[in-house]
Write a protein that binds this ligand. Structure first.
Ligand code: UT7
Length: 388
C-alpha cells in the first residue's frame, strides 16, 4: 500500500502526546462535606484520593485544544499538517456540532477532517484503532486522536454511588505514517449492547429529549450499576488482553507497561493477577484524577512517557472498557519520532537534545536562519561574492 507521497505505509507511529487537567482539585475530604461518604471508603474501594473538576470556562473543546497543542509541540508538527482529528468523548460541548470541528478550528487545522467518536471510556483506544486504519490504508499521513471528558457536568452531586468516582481532563496523541513497525500492532474491540443501561444518561437524547420530566426525574444525570460494571471488567479484560497479545505474537511477560482505563484500582489489580503482570509494570494515576472516562488512557500514557517509563521498542498494553458496554484492548510498540526539518527546528526537539535556556535556543535558531538567508542571498547574487 502506498500513501499520497508514494511511500509504503503500514504503521501509525505515536510522535506526540499531551494532556490537560483542570487546576481545581476536589479531594475526598471535600466530598465528605457534600455527600454521606468518607475518604476511607472511597480510597479503599476505588484507589481515588482526589480528582480535577473543570471550571465553567473549561469545556471539552478548550481542554482538548490545550492537550493537542502540547502533543503537536512534542511532534514538531504544525496543526495545518493534520489530515484528521478524532475526538473520543461522551460529554461534548454540544449535541451538535461535534467537538472535533471546534477543536479543528481552534487549532487552525484547516486541512483536517474532524469527527467525534462515542465508545464510552474505551473511546480513546477505539480512536487509536480508527486513526491507525486511515494511515494504514494510505489515505492520511497525520491523525490527531483525543480523549476528553467533562463528566462532572453530568453527575448528580447528591448520588454518592457516582459523584465520588469521576473527574475531568483531556489527553491527545499525534499519529504519523511510518514504515517502521511502531504504533498500534494489534487491537481487539467489542461491545455488549445488552448491558447498555449499566452506565447511561437516560435523558437529553432523542429518546427522551430534554424537558421538565427529564429534569424532575434526574434523567440528565449519569446512572450506573457499579457492581455490574465491575463484574464485566474483571471477566472481559483478561480475556481480551490475552486475545490481543496473541494477535501481536506476544505473551503478558513481553509487556513493558500496562496502561489500563483508570476506573478502579481494585479492577486493575484483579486483571493484573489474572494476567500475572506484576505491579511495577502497571501505570496507575487514579489516585490523582479519578475516572476521567475516555481521557484516562491518553492522560496516563502521556504521564508514563513524561516519567520515562517508555523507551523505543517497548510494548504497551492498553485496556479500556466503559459505557456501551464497550471494551478495547491494544498493543502499541513505542517508537521515537522520525527526524524531519520541522521537528529539527522545534523547541521541544532542541530542548530534548540540549538542556539549555530559551534565550540560547532562540539565539541558535536565529543563527541557523541567518545562515540559510545568507546562503540564499549568495545564490541569488553570486556577482557580489565574486567582486569581494
Ligand atoms: O469507567 C467505567 C465506569 N465505572 C466503573 O467501572 C465502576 C465499576 N465499579 C466499581 O468501581 C465499584 O462497584 C464501585 C466503586 C462503584 C462500588 O464499590 P463496591 O465495592 O462494588 O460497593 P457496592 O456498590 O457493593 O456498595 C457497598 C456499600 C453499600 O452499602 P450497603 O448496601 O452495603 O450498606 C453502598 O451503599 O457501600 C455503599 N456506598 C458508599 N459508601 C460510602 C456506595 N457508595 C458509597 C460512597 N461512600 N461513595
Amino acid at each position: 500500500m502506498e500513501d499520497r507521497e508514494g511511500c509504503i505505509v503500514k504503521y501509525a507511529r505515536i510522535i506526540g502526546w499531551g494532556k490537560y487537567l483542570p487546576e481545581k482539585i476536589l479531594s475526598n475530604q471535600d466530598l465528605e462535606r457534600i455527600v454521606d461518604t468518607s475518604d476511607e471508603w472511597i480510597y479503599s474501594r476505588t484507589g481515588i484520593r482526589e480528582r480535577r473538576i473543570a471550571t465553567p470556562d473549561e469545556t471539552v473543546t478548550t481542554m482538548s485544544v490545550a492537550a493537542s497543542r502540547a502533543a503537536l509541540a512534542i511532534a514538531g508538527l504544525d496543526a495545518a499538517e493534520l489530515d484528521l482529528i478524532i475526538v473520543a468523548t461522551s460529554s461534548p460541548d454540544y449535541l451538535l456540532p461535534a467537538a472535533a470541528s471546534m477543536i479543528q478550528h481552534e487549532l487552525g487545522a484547516e486541512h483536517a477532517a474532524a469527527f467525534d467518536l462515542r465508545a464510552g471510556c474505551a473511546g480513546f483506544v477505539y480512536g487509536l484503532a480508527v486513526g491507525t486504519q486511515f494511515i494504514a490504508t494510505g489515505m492520511y499521513r497525520h491523525v490527531l486522536v483525543i480523549g476528553a471528558e467533562i463528566i462532572s457536568k453530568f453527575l448528580d452531586w447528591q448520588d454518592r454511588d457516582t459523584c465520588v468516582l469521576f473527574g475531568d481532563g483531556a489527553g491527545a496523541v499525534v499519529l504519523q505514517a511510518s514504515e517502521e513497525p511502531t504504533g498500534l500492532l494489534a487491537c481487539c474491540l467489542g461491545s455488549s449492547g445488552a448491558d447498555y443501561d449499566a452506565l447511561f444518561v437516560p435523558g437529553g437524547g432523542s429518546k427522551y429529549p430534554f424537558c421538565q420530566e427529564v429534569l424532575d426525574q434526574g434523567w440528565h444525570h449519569i446512572k450506573m450499576n457499579g457492581r455490574r460494571l465491575y463484574r464485566f471488567a474483571v471477566t472481559t479484560l483478561p480475556q481480551v488482553a490475552l486475545e490481543v497479545l496473541a494477535m501481536a505474537g506476544l505473551a503478558p511477560r513481553d509487556i513493558t507497561l500496562l496502561i489500563p482505563h483508570q476506573a478502579n484500582a481494585r479492577i486493575v489489580q484483579s486483571v493484573c493477577e489474572r494476567l500475572e503482570i506484576p505491579e511495577e509494570k502497571v501505570f496507575i494515576n487514579i489516585h490523582k484524577y479519578g475516572n476521567t472516562s475516555a481521557a484516562s488512557i491518553p492522560i496516563a500514557l502521556c504521564e508514563a512517557v513524561e516519567e520515562g517509563r517508555l523507551n523505543p521498542g517497548d510494548h504497551v498494553l492498553l485496556l479500556g472498557f466503559g459505557a456501551g458496554l464497550t471494551w478495547a484492548a491494544a498493543v502499541v510498540r513505542w517508537g521515537v519520532p522520525e527526524l524531519s526539518i520541522s521537528r529539527l527546528f522545534s523547541w521541544n526537539f532542541i530542548r530534548e537534545c540540549v538542556p539549555v535556556s530559551e534565550a540560547t535556543v532562540t539565539a541558535c535558531r536565529a543563527t541557523a536562519l541567518l545562515t540559510v538567508l545568507t546562503h540564499c542571498l549568495w545564490q541569488l547574487f553570486p556577482g557580489g561574492r565574486e567582486q569581494r
